[in-house]
Design a binder for this molecule. Sequence first.
Ligand code: G
Ligand code: G
Ligand code: NA
Ligand code: MN
Length: 254
Amino acid sequence: VQLEAELRSAIELQQFVLYYQPIIHAASGTVAGAEALIRWRHPERGIVAPGEFIPVAEDTGLIVAIGEWVLCEAVRQSRQWRSQGLPLLRIAVNVSGVQFREAGLVGLVTRLCGEHGLEHSELILEITESVLMQSSDLTEVRMREISALGVGYSLDDFGTGYSSLSYLKRFPVDVVKIDRSFVNDCPDDRNDTLLVEAIINMAHSLGLRVTAEGVETEAQHDFLRARGCDYVQGFLISRPLTADDFEAFARRHA
Ligand code: G
Ligand code: G
Ligand code: NA
Ligand code: MN
């Protein structure tokens, strides 16, 4: 209850901040974009990770207001980076299922991109399979409306949930993110290696791009590059960075 009360005032008190984890082209090493990851700068507890408050925010509905702040801040920051001459970046924003069931999401995305002059194609909404699993016809319609604007979708943690290949066909997904639990033991573990190869090939056959997350070693990066994985993200490349540090990263990897 205390957490909920504190969360309620956290937006007003400007206690949230976005970190940006670089996503690079696997082949060239140049920066492709970033995943925006929320942090809570708590006055007493210091930096609080999203795992500790996002579930509460989802249960209480506060995620709608927090999610709006996240989208707004990510769009504003992307536009600022572009006006500072950074290479074209695609910013991925995590969106929870609760936000998807809200009627306002389409309007919000349109308004924010319009206000900040961001191309829709510079924005990616990152969703998990559970969002698709629990989706109604309405979610699907909403997803298609947003997709028709040119906003991309990436399917997070792919392979961990009740992955149904029919989702890839039915929903307008652009990028599949291979969950780090599969990447972790590549290229040593034969099963994980075969699975990762299969996901890459299947995604490419469907015309989708692939991001591998949780890349921590050169051996993993080499393997993924050799198998034609499009993008990589992970501690090997960089931890999630403050906006200023990400800007410096992007200039070094332009
Ligand atoms: O950054 P970290 O590894 O602590 O993130 C933990 C989890 O929190 C991840 O699953 C991530 O998708 C989620 N998360 C991070 N930022 C956001 C956000 O802005 N909105 C939502 N809904 N989830 C987020
Ligand atoms: O669930 P989601 O994929 O959105 O989670 C993103 C989280 O994964 C971020 O909070 C980030 O801190 C974490 N992360 C990013 N790269 C790595 C990595 O290379 N290894 C591990 N163990 N975690 C990572
Ligand atoms: Na994510
Ligand atoms: Mn993920």
